[in-house]
Design a protein around this ligand. Structure first.
Ligand code: GLA
Length: 411
């Protein structure tokens, strides 16, 4: 007879902890010495992000409200003068070495695109300087879980961008960071070939500790929004389903294309221009049901972000719960970017005491978030782990989303 676990015994919930920053920075500096010899010019790091609300709206002028995670990607880097990039990763066996003039759309491939693509895009944008064009030696070390929808790729790009930006003497105030974020998006879109919007890079470069940012992708401005969940007795639990997603895949691009088609039919540059009060009139002008549902998601989601930001600014954190739940419903049924694992995490979190839950990021796998009472973090995580085990899914992992600060120098 098979041995069964005690009926009440839930599987342990595995938490993915961020390492202490100073140790991680010292570790990557050591890895640099071993790989390249001599000292790096410095160590910089940039965080992954989680989006509280405002999903699939950043490529059509919308509002989103992401925060930086304590989980960061580190880069130890030293400029060269011969235009060559040589980079190793603590996480990968294969390094990359090649001249910058061979970097461009589609080249290099794999993770190196997110490194070498950054100086290429900075150069393309006229952010010249020998620190950008001369190439560099580097070692990267990522502590943002890969494939989790928590922007490990943006963290990598932004760590490289802040390093090169500082070495090139570029301003690193918010305006300067917005410029670097633009270069990172270009590297991701053109070199890596992933047609993503700009939320992840803005979050990784422009967030500050203790809050999220209200990012307006129409004019690329950010406003800091306080997020003191602990003071309200709450926590934000990230549930990484470990169902891997990929934005280079067709579904993300297909959603973007639908939005662009809808803009053409409606005669607007972005869906931000559609007044939520007059949504029905706009929908009536769209021929097919699928397009109507896509537009309904975007327009209602932007409105939810506005309301969530107002509530947070008023210190009414608990009241965002309904908006988070509605966001998931809209992404699941109208935008159709959720999946079995995300729905299971969301439904189980809600059923086991979370105030609200929703998928976060691009979808089709990746992570969901739950707004929970501080003392419910463990029980909710265990319930989700147990639900996954119960249907034979790979064990999820969990992260605590404490709002952290954007890309910066460590050493
Ligand atoms: C991914 C993309 C972002 C954004 C989200 C969905 O994370 O990289 O630009 O579109 O999906 O909100």
């Amino acid at each position: 007879m098979t041995q069964h676990a005690h009926p009440g015994a839930a599987p342990a919930a595995e938490f993915f902890e961020a390492p202490a920053r100073a140790e991680a920075a010292a570790g990557v500096a050591d890895a640099f010495r071993r790989a390249h010899g001599g000292e790096p010019a410095g160590v910089w790091s940039a965080p992954g992000r989680v989006n509280l609300i405002g999903e699939h709206v950043d490529y059509t002028g919308g509002l989103c409200l992401p925060l930086a995670l304590p989980h960061r990607t580190f880069v130890a880097l030293r400029p060269r003068t011969d235009g060559v990039v040589r980079v190793r990763s603590v996480q990968a066996d294969e390094g990359f070495e090649g001249p910058l003039h061979e970097v461009g759309p589609g080249s290099p491939q794999g993770w190196a695109a997110y490194v070498a693509g950054v100086p290429w895009a900075m150069w393309e944008r006229g952010l010249a300087g020998s620190a950008v064009s001369g190439g560099f030696d580097a070692v990267v070390d990522g502590h943002v879980p890969l494939g989790s929808g928590l922007s490990s790729s943006a963290a990598l790009e932004c760590a490289v961008a802040v390093a090169l930006g500082e070495l090139a003497g570029l301003p690193l105030d918010d305006a300067g960071r917005a410029v670097l974020a633009g270069a990172c998006v270009q590297a991701e879109n053109e070199v890596a070939g992933a047609p993503t919007g700009g939320m992840d890079q803005a979050a990784s470069l422009r967030c500050t500790e203790g809050g999220g940012i209200l990012l307006d992708t129409r004019d690329d401005t950010v406003q800091q929004v306080p997020l003191d969940l602990a003071a309200a007795g709450l926590a934000l639990l990230v549930m990484d389903t470990r169902a891997e997603h990929s934005h280079a895949g067709g579904e993300y691009g297909a959603r973007r294309a639908s939005v662009e088609r809808a803009c053409e039919v409606l005669g607007v540059p972005t869906l931000r221009e559609v007044d939520p009060e007059r949504l029905d009139e706009a929908l009536a002008r769209l021929g097919d049901d699928e397009l109507r549902r896509r537009v309904r998601h975007v327009v209602t989601e932007i409105d939810r972000v506005r309301r969530a930001a107002d509530l947070l600014r008023a210190g009414r954190e608990r009241e965002i719960a309904g908006l988070l739940d509605a966001s998931h419903e809209s992404l699941r049924s109208d935008y159709e970017v959720s999946c079995r694992e995300l729905d299971l995490a969301v439904d189980t979190a809600r059923a086991s005491g979370a105030l609200a839950a929703r998928m976060t990021g691009g979808g089709f796998g990746g992570s969901a978030i739950a707004l929970v009472e501080v003392d419910a973090v463990q029980p909710v995580a265990r319930a989700v782990a147990s639900a996954f085990a119960g249907v034979g899914l790979r064990a999820p992992q969990f992260l605590a989303a404490l709002p952290s600060h954007g890309a910066a120098r460590d050493l």
